[in-house]
Design a protein around this ligand. Structure first.
Ligand code: NAD
Length: 500
C-alpha cells in the first residue's frame, strides 16, 4: 500500500501545489512503498519563507530555552531510535543494526549541540584602549539549507541541524528522494519536543527544490553532502549567490596494509569497511593496498571471511542488505564486469547472489560482496567511486608506492593504515593527503566533538561538519567596542581612531 510523503512546514505536513511525484521503494522487496511529492519553485519558496519568518523569534529565544528543547529531542529520539532505524532500513535497505548505528552516531551530535552555551561564549577584553572595552559575540545566520544524500538518511542531516538550531538558526532540509521518511519522522519528534513552528522544515524534491535553496536570498548558508559533481555544482551556485557553503563530496578510500600488520585484524577490517552497508558509505574502504609479500595471504583471509557474509533483507538476520535501487545495483555490477574484462581476478563474485535463495525476495536489488585482486590504477573499478560492495586489492612493492597512490587520487575523504610499526603510522598520518585517517581503524569517522570532512574533491568549502567547525559554520562573529566611563571628548577629529 503506497503512502504520500510530503513537505513539512510550520510544524505541519504541507502538500504544496506541485503534482509531480517520485516513487520510494523498499530495496529488499522492490515494492513501491511511497509516493514522494516533488516541490515546485513555489512550494520551495513557501517552505523557505516559513523558515525565514521563524528566525527572529528563535534567534531571540534564550539559550536556556533552546537547549531545553534540544535535551528533550535527544531523550525522545534515544527512547524511540529502533523506530527510526526501521524506517531507514525500509527505504535504504541497510541492516537494522547498521541503521541503529547511524542513529546513535547522529544522537552524538545532538548531545554535542546540547552544550552550545559553552560553545557560543564570545571573548571580552577589558581596557583594550583607555577605558575602552571590546567584546565579541557569535550570532546565528538566519534560515539555512541542508541537502543530504541517500546513504545516511538520518545521520547526515543530524551532522548539521542540531548545531544549526542550537545556535539559533532555522533550517530547511532537502532529503534524498530515495529515502525521505526518516527526516519527516524527526520533524514530528521536534514538534513533540517543543520546537516552535518554522524552525525545522523539510522540503521534498529534486533539482528544482535544490536550486531554489541554492539561490533564494532568504537562505543564508548551505550544508550539502552527496556526490562530487553535485557538490561542486552546489558550491559554485550557492557561493555565487553570496551564501556560506560547505559541500561534502564523494570518496575513494584506501587502506594500506604493511607487511608487519596483524593480517587477521586487517582482513576483518577490510570486510567490515568494504561491505558494511553494502559499501554505500562515504567512509567505506574501496581499495585495499597490499604492500610487499603479504598480498596472497591477505587476499586468502579476506576471501574466507567474505564467503561467510549473509546478504539478505535487513530486517531478517542478514549481515548485508541490498543496494538502494535497481539502477544502482546494475551500475555497480557493471563495474565488476569491467574490472574482470580489464584483467582483475574475481576472487569472490557477488554477481551470483541474485535470486530468492535464503531470505532474499527475488524482486530485491541484490548484489553480494565482491573481492577483486590484481586491480591496477587504470581500471574503472579503481578510478571511479563505485559505492557498492566491491573491494579491490591493489598490490604494491613499498610504503612509498602506497602513499603515492593515495596522494595522487583526486579524492581525500578517509584512509587507514594497518601496521605494528609506530614510526610508519606516524609518517603516514603526517604525509597522507586525506582528511580523516585511521591507524589500525578502518572507518575513522570522528566523534561529534571533532569535525568530519575530507580534502580535495571530497569537500568544497572551508568548514568540515560538526565539532567546533560546525559551530563556526553556523554562526558569525560580531565585535563590539564600548566606552562608558569618562568619555573623553577630543573634539572633532577625522583621523583614524588610535589606541592609547
Ligand atoms: P547525489 O549527489 O546524487 O545526491 C545528493 C543530494 O543532491 C540529494 O538530495 C539529491 O536530491 C541532490 N541532487 C542530485 N542531483 C542533483 C542535481 N543535478 N542538482 C541538484 N541537486 C541534486 O548523492 P547520493 O547518491 O544521494 O549519495 C551518495 C554520494 O554521497 C556518494 O558520492 C558519497 O560518497 C557521497 N557522500 C559523501 C559523504 C561525505 O561526508 N563526504 C557522506 C555521505 C555520502
Amino acid at each position: 500500500m503506497s503512502n504520500t510523503i510530503s513537505h513539512w512546514r510550520n510544524n505541519e505536513t504541507f502538500a504544496g501545489s506541485s503534482t509531480a511525484t517520485s516513487p520510494v521503494t523498499n530495496p529488499a522487496t522492490g515494492e513501491v512503498t511511497g509516493e514522494l511529492r516533488l516541490a515546485s519553485v513555489e512550494d520551495a519558496q513557501s517552505v523557505i519563507d516559513a523558515a525565514a519568518a521563524a528566525f527572529p523569534a528563535w534567534r531571540d529565544t534564550s539559550l536556556a530555552k533552546r537547549t531545553q528543547v534540544l535535551f528533550t529531542f535527544r531523550e525522545l529520539i534515544n527512547a524511540r531510535k529502533e523506530e527510526l532505524a526501521a524506517i531507514i532500513t525500509s527505504e535504504h535497505g541497510k541492516v537494522l543494526s547498521d541503521a541503529l548505528g547511524e542513529v546513535s552516531r547522529g544522537i552524538e551530535v545532538i548531545e554535542f549541540a546540547c552544550g552550545i552555551p559553552h560553545l557560543l561564549k564570545g571573548g571580552y577584553t577589558e581596557n583594550a584602549s583607555t577605558k575602552v572595552d571590546v567584546h565579541s559575540v557569535l550570532q546565528p545566520l538566519g534560515a539555512v539549507g541542508i541537502i543530504s544524500p541517500f546513504n545516511f538518511p538520518a545521520m547526515v542531516p543530524m551532522w548539521f541541524f542540531p548545531i544549526a538550531i542550537a545556535a539559533g538558526n532555522t533550517v530547511v532540509i532537502k532529503p534524498s528522494e530515495k529515502d525521505p521518511s526518516a527526516v519527516i519522522w524527526m520533524a514530528e519528534l521536534w514538534k513533540e519536543a517543543g520546537l516552535p513552528a518554522g524552525v525545522f522544515n523539510v522540503l521534498q524534491g529534486d533539482k528544482t527544490a535544490v536550486d531554489e535553496v541554492l539561490t533564494n536570498p532568504k537562505i543564508k548558508a548551505v550544508s550539502f553532502v552527496g556526490s562530487t559533481p553535485i557538490a561542486q555544482y552546489v558550491y559554485a551556485t550557492a557561493t555565487a549567490a553570496g551564501k556560506r557553503v560547505q559541500a561534502l563530496g564523494g570518496a575513494k578510500n584506501h587502506a594500506v596494509i604493511l607487511p608487519d600488520a596483524d593480517l587477521d585484524l586487517a582482513a576483518d577490517a577490510m570486510v567490515n569497511a568494504g561491505f558494511g552497508s553494502a559499501g554505500e558509505r562515504c567512509m567505506a574502504i574501496s581499495a585495499a593496498v597490499a604492500v610487499g609479500p603479504i598480498a596472497d595471504d591477505l587476499v586468502a583471509k579476506i576471501a574466507e571471511r567474505t564467503a561467510t557474509i549473509k546478504t539478505g533483507d535487513g530486517t531478517k538476520d542478514s549481515d548485508m542488505g541490498p543496494l538502494v535501487t535497481k539502477a544502482h545495483r546494475d551500475k555497480v555490477a557493471s563495474y565488476i564486469d569491467a574490472g574482470e574484462a580489464a584483467g582483475a581476478k574475481v576472487v569472490v563474485d557477488g554477481r551470483t547472489v541474485l535470486d530468492g535463495a535464503g531470505h532474499r525476495d527475488p524482486a530485491g536489488f541484490w548484489l553480494g560482496p565482491t573481492l577483486l585482486d590484481n586491480v591496477t590504477p587504470e581500471m574503472s573499478v579503481y578510478t571511479d567511486e563505485i559505492f557498492g560492495p566491491v573491494l579491490s586489492v591493489v598490490r604494491v612493492e613499498s610504503y612509498d608506492e602506497a602513499l603515492e597512490l593515495i596522494n595522487s587520487n583526486p579524492y581525500g575523504n578517509g584512509t587507514a593504515i594497518f601496521t605494528n610499526d609506530g614510526g610508519a603510522a606516524r609518517r603516514f598520518q603526517n604525509e597522507v593527503e586525506v582528511g580523516m585517517v585511521g591507524i589500525n581503524v578502518p572507518i575513522p569517522v570522528p566523534m561529534a566533538y571533532f569535525s568530519f570532512g575530507g580534502w580535495k574533491a571530497s569537500l568544497f568549502g572551508d568548514s568540515h561538519a560538526h565539532g567546533t567547525e560546525g559551530v563556526h559554520f553556523f554562526t558569525r562573529t560580531k565585535a563590539i567596542t564600548t566606552r562608558w566611563l569618562d568619555p573623553s571628548h577630543g573634539g572633532i577629529n577625522l583621523g583614524f581612531p588610535q589606541n592609547g
